[in-house]
Design a protein around this ligand. Structure first.
Ligand code: ME8
Ligand code: MG
Length: 512
């Protein structure tokens, strides 16, 4: 089975920040989870490089738009490699392959009779890269998000007959189970979109007359394609849609477009309408995550509270940064982030809970059994029900992965850690050692089993750390190759193997 997952492509007028990292880490965790389940995964990310906003940013730097885009796009790639993001494709909207796909798609829209020319006057927010309605403005008549006055645009543009697709979209978005239906999540967001759709759809302008930094329309090269129409096409251009690449046949339609709530309308209404017009299959699911504030404030360059991936990594390390980004609040909701809250969560979940469990287990195995614990058969292990309890808690994460409930998955992992820590407290291995209780090895073996299980589920979030724990409990094979669906019953566990020497105890998460 294939699994095609995408993040938005990020505008290069900004350098990578924790907001971009949030979506990308989530997508990476899902991609890795699906790879573990032996799915043929394609995970796409990239950069969005055309439009007025980017041209202005390049001018400010005294660079040509292309030079500017090359340099910022490279910074995104670097940020993702520093966060151990394992993407399968990185698309840039300035790639010739993408530009060809945009031309082809616009030709199709035109041939379908869905494009017409009309004089238009409207208020455009360059930072949003979209037209605003009078009702969208705040009391100062500015864009509420960017606190800037929109510019009035009056020109003859090409329009896309979005209105034609209102009924079809209502039908397809209301029922994900229907053939061709799209699932929009969380449910509250789907209802918002449906509510807005019911109010009616207006045709949208899809070209700009005076903007050079864009892809010329195939049927009128005096105009360039509107950045959003250009950008959305990345999801198929990256699969070699125009080149007749077999990647397109294999992976399209997308199984999941992961986006922020700010851009859900473009993904759930405009993009599907374009695909309907061209006779291309629709994506299966779109999940819109919430936005976070930093110390209760909107993250902004002007306030100076922007957090970069590099700053996070410097404080917490790569894997802890990945964990923390998803741990603080539910993915679908808005939330607040602060250095204090991140640090507190790091100390509780990682330093105290997981880190401590690992180091004390290995220390005890070293002290009482010179780093070697014999295998104990489940049938002969009085503590096997504890291991089974950990399996059961962890297996509850299966549907949470499908629902993108990452913070709850991490809570379940912590519950499994608690089961192991309770086992230590209730059995007091140090007393058992003194009393030469023969069950001591069974306790330690069970702890190692629970640690192994935790490690499997932790892998999508903390790949390098999980692999280290896996090795520390004596496993030689690659953790990425372990299929979690095979771990249903305590009697099926093959780890730790007999007579494997454990590595020395190590501190994975020093307290901060
Ligand atoms: O919108 N909290 O690009 P963009 C959570 N190029 N997520 C945040 C965030 C925050 N405070 N700030 C940003 C674009 N994000 C278009 C997309 S797709 C065909 C084109 C995340 O650089 C969130 O995922 O403005 C949001 O959707 C994305 O960054 C917007 O990135
Ligand atoms: Mg944005």
């Amino acid at each position: 089975m294939k699994y095609y997952i995408t993040t938005p492509i990020y505008y290069v007028n900004d350098v990578p920040h924790i907001g971009h990292a949030y979506t990308t880490i989530a997508a990476d965790a899902l991609a890795r989870w699906n790879k573990m389940h032996k799915k043929d995964v394609f995970f796409l990310t990239g950069t969005d490089e055309h439009g007025a906003k980017i041209m202005q940013a390049a001018q400010k730097k005294g660079q040509s738009p292309k030079e500017f885009c090359d340099s910022v796009s490279a910074q995104f790639r670097d940020a993702w490699s520093s966060l151990d993001i394992e993407y399968d494709g990185f698309i840039r909207t300035t790639d010739p392959l993408h530009e060809a796909a945009v031309r082809q798609l616009l030709t199709k829209l035109n041939e379908a009779g869905d494009i017409y020319k009309k004089k238009y006057e409207g208020m455009y927010c360059v930072q949003c890269e979209k037209f605003l309605m009078p009702g969208d403005l705040n009391e100062d008549l500015c864009c509420p998000d960017h606190k800037q006055k929109p510019v009035t645009h009056s020109e003859e543009n090409y329009f896309f007959r979005l209105s034609k697709y209102q009924d079809k979209l209502l039908e397809l978005l209301s029922d994900p189970a229907k053939a061709g239906g799209i699932g929009i999540y969380p449910d509250g967001r789907r209802n918002e979109i449906l509510g807005k759709l019911k109010l009616g759809l207006e045709d949208i302008s899809i070209s700009r007359a005076k903007l050079e930094w864009g892809i010329p329309l195939p049927f009128d090269n005096t105009q360039t394609v509107y950045v959003w129409v250009d950008a959305l096409i990345n999801y198929i251009s990256a699969l070699g849609y125009t080149a007749g690449d077999k990647k397109f046949k294999t992976y399209w339609p997308a199984d999941l477009h992961l986006v922020g709530k700010d851009i859900l309308w473009f993904h759930s209404v405009i993009w599907p309408a374009m695909l309907l017009s061209c006779g291309i299959e629709l994506p299966r699911r779109i999940f819109a995550h919430g936005f976070f504030t930093i110390d209760k404030q909107k993250m902004s360059k002007t306030i100076g509270n922007v957090i970069s991936p590099a700053q996070l990594i410097e404080r917490f390390g790569v894997d802890a940064s990945r964990y923390l980004a998803l741990a603080l609040f539910p993915f679908g909701a808005d939330g607040d982030i602060s250095w204090d809250a991140l640090t507190e969560r790091y100390n509780i979940d990682l330093a105290n809970n997981i880190g401590n469990l690992l180091s004390r287990t290995i220390t005890m195995v070293g002290k009482y059994f010179t780093f070697e614990v014999p295998r104990v058969e489940a049938g002969k292990n009085p503590y096997a029900p504890k291991v089974q309890a950990a399996i059961d808690v962890l297996r509850e994460t299966n549907e949470l992965f499908t629902a993108c409930e990452f913070s709850r998955i991490l809570e379940k992992i912590q519950e499994a850690v608690d089961i192991a820590n309770e086992l230590v407290e209730t059995t007091a291995p140090w007393k058992m050692a003194k009393e030469k209780n023969p069950d001591l090895e069974k306790v330690l073996f069970s702890l190692l089993q629970i640690l192994g299980l935790i490690t499997v589920y932790l892998y999508p979030f903390m790949p390098k750390t999980a692999q280290k724990i896996w090795q520390a409990i004596g496993q030689k094979d690659k953790l990425a190759g372990v299929d979690p669906s095979g771990l249903k019953d305590v009697s099926m566990l093959t780890f730790p193997s007999a007579k494997e020497k454990l590595g020395p105890s190590q501190i994975l998460f020093p307290r901060i």
